[in-house]
Design a protein around this ligand. Structure first.
Ligand code: BES
Ligand code: ZN
Ligand code: ZN
Length: 470
């Protein structure tokens, strides 16, 4: 393995171990390499290695090392190397962590680390050309590398969509992107336009859309397994607000430019479906992505307006900036009417979830313990951290309206919970999980293992959920 041709070879080193291969001996002995998590040491012309450089990459304590760590470590290494215009990268796996799940995580990490939201930068873009894993070939390894490639690319696809500004990605453009994805990977795609939505009685969704000159679209992407194992039909519902000004309840100017990422939930569903189409889980999966632009204007809905949802419940729109729950309400109802037996939604729904959990955990809400546990299990395996939040029945009191069945906001306290409770009213008795990704779909500062900007959460969790369903 010392003779693999590459411009740089990534070599993991762990705390407390005495790595001496690849010319590490002196550096480890002198303490210059300690193996701490994400520690990076680049060495030129290492002895006995064909690659002209070795990048020793710290993995932390070996008893704490997981596939998630492997992913981050590889991403950090690739980011350092690509910054130095290095093109051909190879990686060795530590003998203790050389199973297929580590190879898959390394491939994902390499792809994720190589990503930069530089679509509109005109100066030279840096990117690696190839990434190889040094391992004995086996069918399990090949499958792992294939899966890692599919999932890493799907997540980056989601990140590129999220990065698109609102002038270049309207609701119709999201629909076109979904359609192209469906054609390339063999999914069924249907786009419901304003008329169709009006016929279905989607007054909550259309109320949000009416303020914008851009027409709304409800994107439906369908995956059907060749021989379904069960009657399970998973529905993935993603918020697709291509820009959220707040509407008449307009947002302050500072930071408003970030509201192009208010379609991150929808983009995650398209990315997940792209991977699902290729990895072919045994259950049926359908994604529903309501796409709108939330704008003020003479046609916009006003605070105090009362809209009729598809489910039959009337809603008083107290605040036009609480638009995500309105479009999701009708989409959840539609997903149920399409026969979905289980539902997961992902939405940049509330600033309150950022107050509660910061930028590290997705807020997870559910009406069903088994469904919640499925999501938590998948998220843990993928290193996409999620934290369960409460959803007791008495939160309903917060959403009382004097004039309609429900108000669209619940007041100052527990904002992420009352938003989730609003959705629960529309999920009804279908096992459902709501993921509030407002704090986690966008990274405000870059990390050694990730560019600033769109993260692509929770694509990996959703793909695993579908693949591991039993
Ligand atoms: N898209 C926002 C939520 C958001 C906030 C996402 C910050 C990402 C970062 C959502 O539509 C919204 O405006 N929510 C309001 C709800 C309020 C009016 C009850 C909020 O969180 O302030
Ligand atoms: Zn809003
Ligand atoms: Zn929003």
């Amino acid at each position: 393995m010392e003779q693999v041709p590459a411009d740089a070879m990534i070599v993991p080193v762990f705390e407390g171990t005495q790595e001496s291969r690849f010319g590490a001996g002196e550096l480890v002995k002198s303490g210059e390499i300690a193996g701490k998590s994400l520690e990076l040491t680049l060495v030129h012309h290492p002895q006995g290695v064909a690659a002209s450089r070795v990048l020793f990459t710290g993995g932390g304590k070996p008893d704490k090392f997981t596939a998630a760590e492997q992913r981050r470590m590889t991403a950090a290494a690739v980011r350092l190397l690509k910054g130095k215009s290095i093109k051909r990268v190879a990686m060795v796996l530590d003998p203790s962590f050389a199973g297929p799940e580590f190879a898959q995580a390394a491939v994902e990490g390499a792809l994720l680390g190589d990503f930069d939201p530089d679509t509109y930068k005109t100066d030279e873009k840096k990117s690696i050309d190839s990434f190889a894993i040094v391992t004995d070939a086996s069918p399990a390894m090949e499958q792992a590398i294939r899966s890692g490639t599919i999932i890493g690319e799907a997540q980056n696809f989601t990140r590129s969509l999220v990065n698109e500004p609102a002038n270049r990605l309207t609701p119709s453009d999201v629909a076109a992107a979904a359609q192209r994805t469906a054609e390339t990977y063999g999914l069924e795609c249907e786009i419901l336009d304003r008329d169709k939505m009006a016929k279905l009685g989607m007054g909550a969704l259309l109320g949000v859309a009416q303020g914008s000159a851009e027409p709304p679209a409800l994107v439906v992407l369908r995956y059907q397994p060749a021989s379904p194992k069960s009657g399970v039909h998973l529905g993935l519902v993603g918020k697709g607000v291509t820009f959220d000004t707040g509407g008449i309840s307009i947002k302050p100017a500072e930071g408003m430019e970030k509201m192009k990422y208010d379609m991150a939930g929808g983009a995650a569903m398209i990315g997940a479906m792209r991977a699902i189409a290729q990895l072919k889980p045994a259950i049926r999966v359908t994604a529903f992505i309501p796409c709108v632009e939330n704008m003020p204007g003479s046609r916009a809905q006003r605070p105090g307006d009362i809209v009729a949802s598809m489910a039959g419940k009337s809603i008083e729109v107290i605040n036009t900036d609480a638009e995500g729950r309105l479009i999701l309400a009708d989409s959840l109802t539609y997903a149920r009417s399409q026969g979905c037996t289980h539902l997961v939604d992902a939405a940049t729904l509330t600033g309150a979830i950022v107050v509660a959990l910061g930028h590290l955990h997705v807020g997870l809400f559910s009406n069903d313990d088994a469904m919640r546990d499925r999501l938590l299990k998948a998220s843990r395996a993928e290193g996409e951290r999620m934290w369960p939040m409460p959803l007791d029945d008495d939160y309903k009191d917060y959403l009382k309206s004097a004039f309609a069945d429900l108000a669209n906001v619940g007041g100052r306290w527990g904002g992420a919970i009352t938003a989730a409770y609003f959705l629960k009213e529309f999920a009804q008795d279908t096992p459902w999980v709501h993921l509030d990704i407002a704090g986690t779909a966008w990274l405000d500062d870059c990390k050694p293992y990730s560019a600033k900007g769109p993260t692509g959460l929770p694509v990996r969790t959703l793909v695993r959920l579908a693949l591991d369903w039993e």
